[in-house]
Design a protein around this ligand. Structure first.
Ligand code: HEC
Length: 119
């Protein structure tokens, strides 16, 4: 009887922990490489929106160092934006979709890195 309760508790704990593992935060150190490769051209090396390609485009790429603004962007929104591109979330179609170049985990790493840019 006691054994069954202990076993049952173990399963319950496992079920409660699962979503936590699935939603694990990305690794900003890994995200940094993707940022430099795929985003810095427009958003700038430090995220200020001053990359070499920014001059020629309108609207301008966002300033990722603007903490108040960035705090309003939900993780799921950022995920969709990066995976499906700007047009898919009603933003500039100049933001390319990266779904074919990046795995889900890599997108999460990138989102974690974006958050380190906000000052
Ligand atoms: C070709 C230039 C370009 C590239 C490359 C680019 N972006 Fe952007 N990004 C933009 C522009 C332009 C905007 C402003 C869009 C708007 O206001 O409609 C923007 C806006 C954003 C925003 C703010 C969206 C919002 O709701 O305000 C996020 C987040 C973002 N980009 C993330 C990224 C990430 C992450 C990458 C790299 C994977 C990336 N972008 C690559 C041009 C680019």
């Amino acid at each position: 009887m006691t054994g069954a309760i202990v076993k049952g508790t173990g399963i319950l704990v496992a079920v409660l922990l699962l979503p936590t593992v699935a939603l694990a935060q990305g690794d900003p150190a890994k995200g940094k490489e993707f940022y430099a490769k795929h985003c810095a051209g427009c958003h700038g090396p430090t995220g200020k929106g001053d990359g070499p390609a920014a001059k020629a485009i309108n609207p301008k790429p966002n300033d990722f160092t603007n903490k108040a603004y960035m705090a309003g962007l939900k993780d799921q929104y950022l995920f969709d934006l990066i995976q499906k591109g700007g047009a898919a979330v009603g933003k500039s179609p100049l933001i390319p979709p990266f779904g074919s170049k990046m795995k889900d985990g890599e997108i999460r790493d990138l989102i974690a890195y974006l958050k380190t840019l906000a000052k």
